[in-house]
Design a protein around this ligand. Sequence first.
Ligand code: SAM
Length: 204
Amino acid sequence: MTQSIDHPEEYFRKLIYPRDELLLKLEAEAGREHIPIVGPVVGELLYILAKVTGAGQILELGTATGYSSIFLARGCQAVNGKVITLENDLVMAERAKGNIRAAGVEKSVEVVLVDALAAIAEMSRRFDLVFIDIEKDDYIRALPHIYRLLRPGGLLVADNVSYKGADSFNRAIFADPRWRSVNLYAFLPQHSPEKDALCLAVRL
Ligand SMILES: C[S@@+](CC[C@H](N)C(=O)[O-])C[C@H]1O[C@@H](n2cnc3c(N)ncnc32)[C@H](O)[C@@H]1O
């Protein structure tokens, strides 16, 4: 059978794992308050990527309420990994800390109230995986620092790269032979927005 499934969006919406009460609460809050979280499909992707890469040191740029941080933390639990997540909004950082505690992953996640661009310019430790989800215009400014902070073979995941603000980042990483990248433009249920692209890139 080479025919496509009828109504693929409805169909794939039903193939999402059930989430625990906390994640469902964060999804409902995000819907009500227009907080642009990654949603359960990209959350699961982050969990899987962290797990299959065996990432022990993870850096996240853009925490919001901690929804994606919880998936990353669960993905690196088997290797006793650590997630450092950077957020510049005090209220969001405090909410994230509470949610991360409620998820029981507070020992593996550090929420840092800081401007991510300023912070990464000062950092020198190495990471296995970086997830970027801040202002899209800033991706291009973050890219050289992410390159420096990722170990060779490390993975960069960039959200929302179908936004116009990510254009310069998209072109730069594509043209840079020190990276190998792929853009996945997809239907992503409950992601903000549901039709968007993610960039997955390995630092060579
Ligand atoms: C798209 S939301 C993050 C959503 C989160 N990754 C999730 O899926 O659960 C972006 C967050 O990044 C924060 N942010 C934007 N620019 C930032 C910067 N330069 N430094 C730190 N945080 C920033 C915003 O305050 C916002 O909470």
